[in-house]
Structure formats: structure tokens, C-alpha cells
Design a protein around this ligand. Structure first.
Ligand code: SF4
Length: 177
């Protein structure tokens, strides 16, 4: 399988949601990137309106960064759609700015698995800017509403800096549950 990265000409965002406590530890501003390139889509996906690459609204990068950092104490979560597909170049740039200039803690949700991202020369470029990756597709038969920060039990909550350092998956899921 090859990473599906389309270079959309403009960044498109579904929504920026402030003060979430459901999309990672602490109080977070969630950026919902438009478009999901996963094929097939996850059956019973909760967010089908975000599938199209043309969904949402165009947003310049500086506006996104202003909106994402307006609530100074909030950390950041990237969600979607799937931020690692149609909007990947913009997600990469936003992650770089939010980490290097604003020192934000960043969680990222994607349908790709860690092993796939790690092997991809393109997708792995975002990993140095991400703190926690929630990986894998949503699988409805593994859905469990008691799970924290994930929809189905196949998804893992991965410590990205530690995993990069040790070159193996450091899975935080059990610690966080
Ligand atoms: S990766 Fe996310 S947005 Fe895409 S189909 Fe699966 S659950 Fe839905």
C-alpha cells in the first residue's frame, strides 16, 4: 500500500473546536482536517461528511495558526477526516509551526498504522513534531464507548518521541485506560 498524499492547492479545514477533553489528555484545541483518503472507508465512520477532499473551508496557514493558538493554555489535536491523506502537506507544516514556534503538545489521529507511517519517507516527516499518535482505522465490531480517546480497541495510543528513540512502538494505551 502506498500513502495517499494529494497536494490539495489550498488547506481545507472542517472545524476548529476549542476546549475538548475527549481528544487527548488535558484541554485541547482540535483541528479537523478535511478529507479522508483511506480506501475502503471505515464502516460506520462517525465523520462521513469529512471524507471529501473538497469538504470544509479553505483556510490560510497563518489564520489556522492564529485560531489554534488563540487559547494559549490549550494543547493541540489533529483529527479529521484523516490529516495524513489529502491535507498531509498542510498538516505537516502546521505541526512544524505549532511544535517549533509554540511548543505545543500535539496528538494526531489517523487511519494509518504506526508501522506504515514509519516506513513511508513522506508520512514519517511529520513524526518529529507529534507527541502522541492514535493509530489505525475505526473498526465497528471493536467499538467500545468506555475506551478513552479512541473509538475501537484496535487503535493504539503511541508515545511518538519514545518510539522514534527506541525504534519500536511504545504503546501508552494501557497506562491511559
Ligand atoms: S480514517 Fe477516520 S475519517 Fe477516514 S473513514 Fe476511517 S474513521 Fe472515518
Amino acid at each position: 500500500m502506498q500513502a495517499l498524499v494529494h497536494s490539495a492547492t489550498k488547506m481545507r479545514i472542517m472545524q476548529i473546536y476549542r476546549d475538548s477533553v475527549a481528544d487527548g489528555l488535558g484541554l485541547r484545541t482540535v483541528i479537523f482536517f478535511a478529507g479522508c483518503g483511506q480506501d475502503p472507508k471505515c464502516p460506520l465512520c462517525q465523520n462521513p461528511e469529512a471524507w471529501s477532499a473538497g469538504a470544509g473551508k479553505e483556510l490560510p496557514m497563518d489564520t489556522l495558526i492564529c485560531l489554534a493558538t488563540a487559547t494559549k493554555n490549550n494543547e493541540i489535536t489533529f483529527s479529521g477526516g484523516d490529516p495524513l491523506t489529502f491535507q498531509f502537506p498542510y498538516a505537516l507544516e502546521a505541526a512544524r509551526i505549532l511544535k517549533t514556534r509554540f511548543h505545543k503538545n500535539i496528538w494526531l489521529y489517523t487511519g494509518y498504522r504506526w508501522e506504515f507511517i514509519r516506513k513511508s519517507a513522506i508520512l514519517s516527516q511529520i513524526l518529529p513534531y507529534i507527541d502522541v499518535l492514535v493509530d489505525g482505522r475505526f473498526v465497528n465490531r471493536l467499538r467500545d464507548i468506555s475506551l478513552k480517546f479512541r473509538g475501537s480497541s484496535n487503535q493504539r495510543i503511541i508515545d511518538v518521541p519514545a518510539s522514534l528513540k527506541e525504534n519500536r512502538v511504545i504503546d501508552l494505551t494501557d497506562q491511559i485506560e
